[in-house]
Design a protein around this ligand. Sequence first.
Ligand code: KG4
Ligand code: ZN
Length: 335
Amino acid sequence: ASAVRILGIETSCDETAAAVVADGRLIIGQTIASQIAIHTRFGGVVPEVASRVHVETVTQVVHETMRQANTSWTDLDGIAVTLGPGLLGALLVGVSAAKGYALATGLPLIPVHHIAGHVAAALIDGGVELPFLALVVSGGHTEILRVDEQFYFTRLGGTKDDAAGEAYDKVARMVGLAYPGGPKVDAMAALGNPDAFHFPRSMMEEDNYDFSFSGLKTAVLNEINQRRQKGQEVPVADLCAGFQQAVVDVLVEKAARAMNQTKSHQLVVAGGVAANQGLRRVLQDRAKHDGFHVHFPPMSLCTDNAAMIAAAGTKLLSRGFTHDLSLDAYANLSL
Ligand code: KG4
Ligand code: ZN
């Protein structure tokens, strides 16, 4: 049988992305138009600006992807699109484009939850097989999920306030590092002493899979404000190192506990914060110690992209999960 080819479209935040993926694991065309340079001027993503740039970019991105994939519309088996969660105006651009292509081609439309997309990044390039546990750590989410053989999700726990990436971006802004600050805090942390400050590990001792990062963020802010009031220099590298150590400690502890308590063997880490060097190092050590396998998708698939949406769409299509042209977008959407 010939390969199942899915076109994925992702516009939930600040990347306009399209990809064609064969059999849910081989990327045969991919385009990501990042808006980071545009939003950096404003210190963060401006929703109206994001929507407008998606509108200007999405058809070009799709056509460039189809050209790279050397695929005609009749060679495709479906069109997968992120329906939420994310910025509503941004999501609507991708959903509208996908509906237009589905109407014009008669191809099935496959709605994909953004987080299911992040998780599916691990299935690309033959890294791991279902079932597994997933730790999803992005700018909007921090969750521990069980993913079964059929790609159905059970949420074991998640953040009660800020997402891990959101905390990174806020701390970055506090110490004067430009948006998106996560990678910059990560780089700074490598230069600092993680024991110079001892920040709170919220909810670490609680017997659940939940997180809270807002107290940690406030603790970092207090240290900064105290020094600024006294006219002292702010030790940016040490603050970043201490903050990162606190985040990584709770993420690793809760994920490892979930692995042990559910007797799982494979852990997938997905979302933008999966690129974090500190998290990678500490989690790999813990996995070795506890005897489970941890899989990090390649960096390029950890941050927002459409190949992950196409890969998730392939799994969903195989169990007949499609939608008619009345598909809508949702800013908030549970798995
Ligand atoms: O998954 P993603 O691209 O977008 C969302 O769906 O949110 O994640 C973006 C988030 C941002 O908060 C960014 O600062 C964070 O991931 N991030 C990092 C690193 N690289 C990206 N956070 C910590 N360390 C990194 N190396
Ligand atoms: Zn994302």
